[in-house]
Write a protein that binds this ligand. Structure first.
Ligand SMILES: C[S@@+](CC[C@H](N)C(=O)[O-])C[C@H]1O[C@@H](n2cnc3c(N)ncnc32)[C@H](O)[C@@H]1O
Length: 313
């Protein structure tokens, strides 16, 4: 096992696996392989009649996930499920998966510990690194490009929209004055001096700005909306959807989509309130503190219309 894979602890693992209700075969998609913690659990439960399809748009994560799943399949031998890996964003899921073919779909949104802990990926201000923040390092603008090329107004708007940061204008002004901004440490210092921590605030003053940039760079909310639009068409009746989110913007999309789908009889919601980690998991894995899991079952009563909106009886 690599260090990164060893370090990583999947969040709400048992709860996610239980809600997926794997029955020893079937086709399951893990939209966010990461270090394949959840995927390994799924692979072990699927058996030889099963098929696990895994997505990750981060080539580094995909390579580690592939190595881990290969080891698991070697160990399982004739009991291993079929595995298909797709190194694309999960918004492309409908290109790779047949309609009404899935028994389960899991998405564990956000950044993996690999991405967050490695300074060269530029997601964190804990260690100084280049201001990158791309999950898919093969394409798209880096956070440095956004910070150095966007107008002050655009920066303020995105910091407000994607992190609900009330001091976004002040922070945007300081960033524009401090350009060029090339490293995570430099950005964290600029934000902290423009908007110092408020009394009783436990998070670093740059936390929200980093979150906003990361969401913007990776179009994270558009990806989640696209997934909720595609999922009803891809799951079989009684197929299950399990999503884990880490901040209120992600969870709001999940909550609203499931509520609307339940009203339209597309989903039966299985978690009236989101499931959160217990004391013991929070102690063991601080990342689980903000995790919220929501699960739903695809009903057999209605079909999702094209675009995933409305129902057709
Ligand atoms: C929180 S980690 C998943 C951890 C995983 N469940 C495990 O047990 O190791 C999220 C992963 O999803 C990937 N990811 C996030 N958004 C994605 C998207 N829109 N398309 C494909 N992969 C995505 C990230 O690159 C990251 O590796």
């Amino acid at each position: 096992m690599t260090n990164a894979t060893e370090r990583h602890v999947p969040v709400l693992f048992k709860e996610a696996i239980d809600f997926l209700r794997l029955r020893g075969s079937g086709t399951v998609v893990d939209c966010t392989l990461g270090l394949a913690g959840h995927a390994e659990g799924i692979a072990r439960l699927l058996g030889p009649g099963g098929h696990l399809i895994g997505f990750d748009r981060d080539p580094e994560a995909m390579a580690l996930a592939k190595a881990r799943l290969t080891r698991v399949c070697d160990e399982l031998g004739s009991q291993a499920p079929r595995i298909t890996l797709v190194d694309e964003a999960f918004s492309s899921i409908a290109k790779h998966v047949q309609p009404a073919s899935l028994d389960g779909l899991l998405a564990d949104f956000g950044v993996s510990s690999l991405q967050f802990d490695e300074a060269h990926r530029g997601f964190s201000f804990q260690a100084d690194g280049p201001l990158d923040m791309r999950m898919d390092t093969r394409s798209g603008p880096t956070a440095a490009q956004v910070v150095n090329e966007a107008s002050e107004r655009e920066l303020a708007d995105l910091i407000y929209e994607y992190a609900e940061e009330r001091r976004s204008r002040r922070i945007a002004r300081a960033i524009v004055r401090g350009r060029p901004v090339m490293t995570t440490g430099q950005l964290a210092r600029i934000v902290a001096s423009a908007a110092p921590a408020m009394k009783q605030e436990r998070i670093h003053p740059a936390t929200r700005t980093f979150q906003a940039l990361r969401i913007f760079v990776n179009r994270e909310l558009d990806e989640i909306r696209a997934l909720f639009e595609a999922a009803p068409k891809l799951l079989k009746p009684t197929g299950r959807l399990v999503v884990i989110s880490f901040h209120s913007l992600e969870d709001r999309i999940a909550k609203d989509s499931l509520r609307e789908g339940s009203r339209q009889k597309i989903w039966e919601i299985l978690t009236k309130k989101p499931v959160t980690a217990g004391e013991e998991e929070m102690e063991r894995n601080p990342r689980s503190r903000s995790a919220k899991l929501r699960a739903a079952e695809r009903t057999g009563k209605a079909e999702a219309k094209e675009q995933g909106r409305g129902i057709r009886d």
